[in-house]
Ligand binder design. Structure first.
Ligand code: HEM
Length: 284
């Protein structure tokens, strides 16, 4: 069930809003970014308010329509609560999955053998997705308040009530848990022991959807574009909590085993920026 099912024509707007909101998940955000975030938050909230009203009269198969119906069935979700829930789903579920696909693509393209193997052995995709979540985690950090004094293996005590920044991205490279943690291994047996979705009561609600989206994207890309290559060095976003790329340029040599549709286009170079691909012909 799609969370919102917004019209396709609004995709670019969503990309920008999500981008601006993600940028402010930083402890020290500059004033310009804060004001961009505020503008995007207002625009997105207004958009979602309209969408909620639309789903009252024109329900579809989205989660939002189900939430609207639950409200009308007596669960009393107010319009404000519906908008807040939709906003949470978007902010938590959009930029994160985009970064799983982007980071995963870059990690695999740096290891062409593993990219090719995945295209030939699609049964490995679920394990590979866990490994990509571990290796270059889309969410690097989260925070907690200590509910008790916590002893840290002789390294001191975190006092009850203290705010803690938890580096899940670091934990995902723990050599006590992962053999040679700095190596990417698409068939790593212990890959799913990562903390990329956090743990405890705030464990990611969208795990199943994120895994599905990641698997579909990585499966399609590795099967269709067996010889995909990066062009230049991809630009990383300067974020602390979320980790992802600003821009990634790739090319598909005409000799690759692409689907007929893609092969017919020949040697093509694409640059993905802000979610909108721009295409130019390559030289072969
Ligand atoms: C690769 C994709 C994703 C990653 C890496 C990810 C990661 C995370 C992490 C680390 C947390 C916990 C934050 C904390 O402990 O404070 C979280 C929470 C959450 N995620 Fe995800 N997420 C992803 C995709 C999604 C999707 C697709 C959705 C829904 C459409 C979603 C919805 C949520 C929600 C609602 C929470 C809050 C849970 C709570 O606080 O009780 N996430 N996610």
């Amino acid at each position: 069930m799609p969370p919102l099912r917004r019209p396709d024509r609004d995709q670019a707007k969503f990309r920008f809003w999500g981008h601006d909101l993600a940028a402010t998940l930083l402890p020290h955000t500059d004033v310009a970014a804060k004001s961009r975030k505020r503008a995007s938050e207002l625009a997105l909230t207004a958009y979602l308010r309209d969408l909620v009203e639309k789903r009252r009269t024109e329900p579809d198969d989205s989660l939002l329509s189900s939430l609207v119906a639950a409200e009308e069935g007596g669960d009393r979700l107010s319009s404000g609560e519906l908008v807040a829930t939709a906003l949470l789903l978007l902010v938590a579920g959009f930029e994160t999955t985009v970064n799983l696909i982007g980071n995963g693509t870059v990690a695999l393209l740096c290891e062409p053998e593993q990219w090719r193997r995945l295209g030939e052995e699609p049964a490995l995709v679920p394990t590979a997705v866990e490994e990509l979540l571990r290796y270059d985690s889309p969410v690097q950090m989260t925070s907690r308040i200590a509910t008790d004094d916590i002893e840290l293996d002789g390294a001191g005590t975190v006092p009850k009530g203290a705010a803690i920044l938890v580096a899940v991205g670091g934990a995902n490279r723990d050599p006590d848990v992962f053999d040679h943690p700095n190596q990417l291994r698409i068939d790593r047996p212990e890959a799913s022991r990562h903390l990329a979705f956090s743990v405890g009561i705030h464990h990611c609600l969208g795990v199943a959807l994120a895994r599905l989206e990641g698997s579909v994207a990585i499966d399609e890309l590795t099967r269709r574009y067996a010889t995909l290559q990066m062009v230049g060095i991809p630009t990383q976003r300067q974020l602390l909590v979320l980790r992802g790329y600003e821009q990634l340029a790739v090319r598909t040599p005409s000799s690759s085993m692409m689907s007929g549709h893609d092969a017919a286009r020949g040697d093509t170079e694409r640059s993905f920026s802000d979610g909108r691909p721009t295409t130019s012909r390559g030289t072969g």
